[in-house]
Design a protein around this ligand. Sequence first.
Ligand code: NAD
Length: 508
Amino acid sequence: MSAVLQNTPVEAIPQIVENLRSAFATGKTRSVEYRKKQLKQLYFLIHDNEKAFVEAIRKDLGRPAMETVFGEVISIKNEIVDTVKNLDKWAKPTTVKAGAAYMLHTTQINKDPKGTVLVMGAWNYPITVQIGPMVSAIAAGNTTVLKPSELSANCAQLIADLWPKYMDPETTVVVNGAIDQSTAILDQRFEHIFYTGSGNVGRIVAAKASKWLCPVSLELGGKSPVIIDHTADLKIAAHRVLWAKLYNTGQTCVAPDYILIERSIQDRFAAELVQAAKEYWPSMTKDVRDFGRIVNERHWKRVQSLISQSKGEIVMGGAEYSEESEKFVPLTVLKNVHPDDATMDDEIFGPVLPMVPVDNVREAIDFINARDQPLALYFFTANDATAEYIMTYTRSGSAVRGDMLLQYVINELPFGGTGPSGYGAYHGKHGFDTFSHQRAYVEEPANGILGRVVEAIMSSRYPPYTPRKLALFRYTLSHSAFFGRPKNPNESNTSLDRGVPKQVRTKL
Ligand code: NAD
């Protein structure tokens, strides 16, 4: 147990959730004005305490202040501002046109809150992956429990201390603790669970949720590859890859995990990485500036053992430069890494960058497709046909050509995984939708003259059924098909390699 974290008593958890369920039933969070006020309070919780967050995250992760402010504080404040600005529009029922047969009806989609929901976050971005989903949950009008990760204990305690000073304790509550608390919360009934973390715990969450048939969003991780072909500007690619890999010391769910690179440009790219690293961190020792630390001893040992076990050739760094007492692992770049290498088993989540040489883009695509769908896919190519080829024949939660991590910070884009990298999405309106129930609503005139007119039409559906009544429905209700019968129904105009220039398939 952490010395800094005050755990919520396990026996208090059922009542905490019950209170939130009662608060939801009062209708308090149905008010869009109330939600906006809570979101504004959340904004000031971050704004007023920026220094405290920077310091807590420095203690937890050794992370430089700029990375916390740039990557977490600014982005969550922007997300709150955009959400408050758009909330009236998002929360408003959408009227749909249902065709001539329903011209006297009201047909709309209401954006109802789901109820009482749970947000469970991971330690690596304690603000954006913990408070971030809370923005969407509050905006959608739910009552919510936030369970921060115990591994970023300083930040978890800070959130718990600040929460009641800014937020309404009737409608949102922070529960702190480790597996006992998480298990006790997961035993409660929720209407949505939003989990960020590893796939192993994701399976526990989904299994627990199934008891209540509770919908779940799983924001997981995985090995996100980077493809680099010979048309890419290697200097630019090296600077961007290195920045994205080392942000938060590689402990980023969408960090570039490994590189698939054409054999003939591997050494040139390695030289560019070495050059870029010298510019960013003139000396890569434990005293290096602007370079974070590994979250705890267990993870330090795990990353350290990946480097020791790897059979790849070291381009820079190496296990001998690590420092356990400081939880420091140097930037370690490996080349000629075999697909079976220790670094290629699981998500690295540390400052280690293996390069796997391939003969061509087709081989890189086959490599990716033989593994779990990644959370992110990145590629550098100057060739549009290659880019299209990669996008057509791969799957991933998100993809970026020419840079990295941007898909996470652009709030207009849905952020989430696919397959083993997770399911569900959030950020901006996508988060609001995740935490809302789209409730179909139809209103049919049932009183007065209009009610009687509609009834005269609708009465044709009542027994006794007759051919005449059916003919009337065929005439009034059937949509006329605007398409003809397909000639070759099973034929597709895409398949791997078809329509792709030969040089793209076989030679980078
Ligand atoms: P973690 O250890 O902080 O766990 C996350 C949550 O799960 C915590 O609240 C913790 O209390 C709870 N938990 C842990 N073990 C549990 C158990 N046995 N039963 C019930 N609850 C339990 O986080 P982690 O799993 O180390 O997270 C790292 C992973 O998260 C990486 O794979 C990373 O890629 C992924 N991640 C994904 C995203 C995303 O947005 N997709 C963001 C950040 C991190």
